[in-house]
Ligand binder design. Sequence first.
Ligand code: AQP
Length: 351
Amino acid sequence: KPLVFSGVQPTGNLHLGNYLGAIRRFVLLQDSHDCIYCVVDMHAITVWQDPVELMRATREVTAAFLAAGIDPKKHIVFNQSRVMQHAELAWVFNCVARMGWLNRMTQFKEKAGKDRENASVGLFAYPTLMAADILVYRATHVPVGDDQKQHLELTRDIAQKFNNDYSSRIADLDVGVEMMMGDERVNGFFPLTEPLIEGPAPRVMSLRDGSKKMSKSEPSDLSRINLTDDAETISKKIRKAKTDPDGLPSDVEGLKGRPEAENLVTIYAALAESTKERVLGEFGGQQFSAFKPALAELAVARLAPIANEMRRISADQAYVDGVLREGGERASVIAEATMKTVRSILGLVSS
Ligand code: AQP
């Protein structure tokens, strides 16, 4: 069975982008794949986090996973810091990846801003930890939003360089698997993981600015719909969402150059499990004043049950912590098996 890994950071409020771009897809993959879903707290601390808030957010993301429908008995749910092998493999990958590769990462440039000298080394090395998260389980598929595409490409580059740098050792120890690299059949230890960037809403945009993605760290709360927003707040945010003066076009062509309009139609289509074409078939020609209440009603109908379930699950902290502990134990077994082999590939004496 193919193995899926993905993670969500416990930083601030989970929003509709995290849900449509990631969490909802995590749920859908459960029937066809073995899945490992991680609350990536070690990624969160690449920028300063209030420790008490970090613990709260870690449990909240876990509750969101469970409330959305992830089954922690069939699959693995845990927080990253419990499984030390992520950090260990990240160090190995820091020694495999090249400075130039990381220098090209756009997320670092955006997050570090102008004051790069003051960004943490961890923020710069974030993608090598992400590669370790995935490859310590030798995961074959990673469902993520469109913003993570570049990091997934880097993960493949790291796997490929590791396989190449240590190819004779991998062959001597007979720990490789056959895989295709372009047209060439090679024997590698780490798979070239496939990103799964698909579904109707791989990049949900801010409600205030159609050129920016919906994001947890955007200061304006009006820019996003949080999974925990109540019905009134959701309606208000959609009512205030930026649009242009025209009504809805009758076909997808008519959304070109209208990012805010396209975003709202995309969100509707994703929540309704429909397509933009069908949504425009229904609402084309109408004004946003008619479309927005319909969108708000749909968003509330879809999100309220998840928010209620999150509250119910969060009330039982012992249960949430138990899920993370048990998931961590199961994840550690897989991660340690990988690291045993990695240590021996590298020549690190551990007997
Ligand atoms: N706007 C989005 N549309 C679709 N998918 C998105 N994701 C994030 N934003 C959108 C996906 O959600 C998963 C978890 O993201 P994360 O919390 O680990 O990191 P992030 O991308 O940094 O999330 P935010 O919300 O944008 O936080 P900040 O503001 O801190 O940068 C990932 O699969 C991501 O692709």
